[in-house]
Design a protein around this ligand. Structure first.
Ligand code: PEP
Ligand code: MN
Length: 264
């Protein structure tokens, strides 16, 4: 298998602008769940950059559970994230939900995100591979490690090895948290595969209160990076407000993480 340690012993390093996943540094991707306006994303980008984030995120096509929820700004959102990324010199990432949009997305962002609901959308995986863009492959919400690595295999076998895996929590019987963040996969993936793995404690827990401790736990477990939702005003966010950190809490987390990584 192309994703396995047997196939390649050396860690794959995925470089996106100045961010390197799988190398010595531990890049943090931060930003709102959804792009809501130019001003909102610009402010988020300024806060993210000032706190030390390596990349800015924001969804333009949102895979919402309800068709009546905000679905994203779509193409306008892509134009916003491209502009803000250039203005702030921050590489940007956004989720692609449709094979028909891959080309458009690739013109606007530096990395393509495959969301949890699309981990086994094989048509989408192959289309994304052809774009040659770095890919963030989130774990399916009920996917085993084997299924997840096989999804990565679809991208690898279509000629793209620029893949970063992302643990974002799985569905269990526990309902206190939105998902159950499975940090065991961090050392397991590093054992089985040469691909970098990052952790998303925002979707993994569903509540901003648990994001900081689980971010630290992820780094202690060996994660190659983090994906964190941050909003200037979480109470007014159009999606995932309850799990979004304020810029102040995000900045504090980055300070805490910097001392933790020196210790480690
Ligand atoms: C997101 O990153 O906003 C998102 C929808 O993530 P997931 O696919 O993990 O639910
Ligand atoms: Mn979200």
């Amino acid at each position: 298998k192309l994703a396995s340690r047997e196939f390649q012993q050396k860690n794959t390093v995925v470089t996106v602008g100045s961010a390197g996943f799988g190398g010595k540094s531990i890049p943090v991707i931060a930003g709102p769940c959804a792009i809501e306006s130019y001003e909102q994303l610009y402010q988020a980008g300024v806060s993210a950059k000032a706190a030390g984030a390596a990349m800015l995120r924001g969804g333009a096509y949102k895979p919402r559970t309800s068709p009546y929820s905000f679905q994203g700004l779509e193409k306008k959102g892509l134009e916003i994230i491209k502009t803000v990324g250039r203005e702030l010199a921050l590489p940007v990432i956004s989720e692609v939900t449709d094979p028909r949009n891959v080309e458009l997305m690739a013109e606007h962002v530096d990395m393509l995100q495959i969301g949890t609901r699309n981990m086994q959308n094989f048509v989408l995986l192959k289309e994304v591979a052809l774009s040659k863009k770095p890919v963030l492959l989130k774990r399916g919400l009920a996917a085993t490690i084997e299924e997840w690595l096989m999804a990565a295999e679809y991208i690898l076998s279509s000629g793209n090895n620029q893949i970063v895996l992302c643990e974002r929590g799985i569905r269990t019987y526990e309902s206190y948290t939105r998902n159950t963040l499975d940090l065991t996969v961090v050392p397991i993936i590093k054992h089985l595969s040469h691909l970098p793995i990052i952790v998303d404690p925002s979707h993994g827990t569903g509540s901003w209160r648990w994001v900081s401790p689980m971010s630290k736990a992820a780094i202690a477990a060996g994660a190659d990076g983090l994906l964190i939702e941050m909003h200037q005003n979480p109470e007014e966010a159009l999606s995932d407000g309850p799990q979004s950190l304020t810029p102040e809490n995000f900045a504090q987390l980055m300070v805490d993480l910097s001392s933790l990584t020196t210790v480690l």
